[in-house]
Design a protein around this ligand. Structure first.
Ligand code: SF4
Ligand code: SF4
Length: 350
């Protein structure tokens, strides 16, 4: 671990230099808000944005991804044999990702990179990616990351943490990947480790004090799955849900997908698309039976997965980093903080 001071006058030049090694992604203002996009040509990441509408999950888990392909042309020797689609896994860096979104990558990794199964698409993208985080000096009103195991200056999942100090960035280099990126930028001005860490701690404490939004997760672990699953509150919680799926698409930790084959002339592609557990089609069986056929069952599934099943299975906290996007985006104001507090304080009546 080391600290580097970056004069903002040298920022654009350094980022430009890193393009010799990396494909860059970062926050870019769009007519629909700020989004994480490829930084084409000389575009710089917008380091002043309050938050991005979508998280950075699509950098590792694209909304639509070709996985396999085959030729249906029977004159070809290997017709009908599925082969992996070529994808660019050269080094890439996400510059300006928020700490809670980087933490989300680590939670998703628990699902995509396991002892039993390794999703090669997600893992190869993860291995190729360096995450350069930007600490949040002024958290927004929906940010409850401190209640969700992250925080405005959290370091989990990051290779470098940047702190904005007006004229300079203070960079805390956390991993070898981070080292390589900082070197590729040509940022070499070392800062004193003790002083820099003290400064970061002050910024972190100030930022955390400004987080006014919280939820209580402390008692979730002691509840049994059945107790929460059978609790009477799900009907009320799900009443207004319109199953639009927005909460899952904007969520950095949601990973539901669907796989489809698409054929054009003699080439057939197997494609993975984002899907949502809030849609009745997601669990529809080919027999017509649907194990989560009602809205109440689907809403319960979403919250039980995030706040109970994941917690129990991995023992690494809840499957939420407190970014607040689902709260901000839900058209009917269903709020995970309220649901979590209801689950956390629920006492079964005998
Ligand atoms: S559940 Fe909501 S607040 Fe939590 S990480 Fe997902 S979008 Fe963010
Ligand atoms: S965003 Fe709100 S209305 Fe839409 S599926 Fe999620 S909880 Fe339901």
């Amino acid at each position: 671990m080391r600290f580097i001071t970056i004069d903002k006058k040298n920022w654009a030049k350094g980022i430009g230099k890193s393009r010799e090694t990396y494909r860059l992604f970062g926050p870019v203002k769009d007519k629909n808000g700020c989004l994480i996009k490829p930084l084409e040509n000389d575009t710089l990441p917008d380091m002043t944005y309050p938050d991005t509408v979508m998280s950075a999950k699509s950098v590792l888990f694209p909304q639509t991804e070709k996985m396999l392909f085959t030729s249906l042309d029977e004159s070809q020797k290997d017709h009908h044999i599925m082969k992996r689609t070529a994808t660019d896994y050269t080094p890439r860096a996400v510059v300006g990702i928020r700490p809670y979104d980087a933490k989300a990558m680590e939670l998703v990794k628990l699902n995509f990179d396991t002892v039993d199964y390794r999703d090669p698409y997600w893992c190869d993208a993860y291995d190729a990616t360096t995450f350069i985080g930007l600490g949040i000096n002024t958290p927004g009103p929906f940010d409850f990351s401190t209640s969700a195991g992250s925080g405005p200056f959290g370091e989990d999942g990051l290779d470098v943490l940047l702190a904005d100090l007006d004229d300079t960035y203070l960079a805390k280099v956390l991993t070898d990947k981070g080292d390589a990126f900082i070197d590729a930028c040509g940022f070499y001005t070392t800062a004193d480790e003790t002083e820099s860490q003290m400064l970061l701690d002050i910024l972190r404490k100030q930022a955390e004090k400004n987080i006014v939004s919280h939820m209580d997760t402390t008692r979730l672990k002691e509840k049994t799955i059945l107790e929460l699953y059978e609790a009477p509150f799900w009907e009320d919680i799900s009443f207004s849900c319109i199953n639009c799926g927005t909460c899952t698409f904007v969520c950095p930790t949601c990973w539901c997908f669907d796989i489809q084959d698409e054929t054009k002339q003699n080439i057939s592609d197997r494609i993975r698309n984002w899907d949502t557990c809030m849609s009745p089609l997601f669990t529809m069986h080919s027999t017509g039976h649907n194990p989560r056929g009602t809205k109440t069952q689907r809403v319960r599934q979403r919250f039980m997965h995030k706040l109970k099943y994941f917690l129990d299975k991995y023992d690494q906290g809840i499957m939420c980093v407190g970014c607040g996007r689902c709260v901000k985006s839900c058209p009917v104001n269903i709020d995970i903080r309220e649901v979590c507090n209801i689950m956390n304080s629920y006492e079964k009546q005998d």
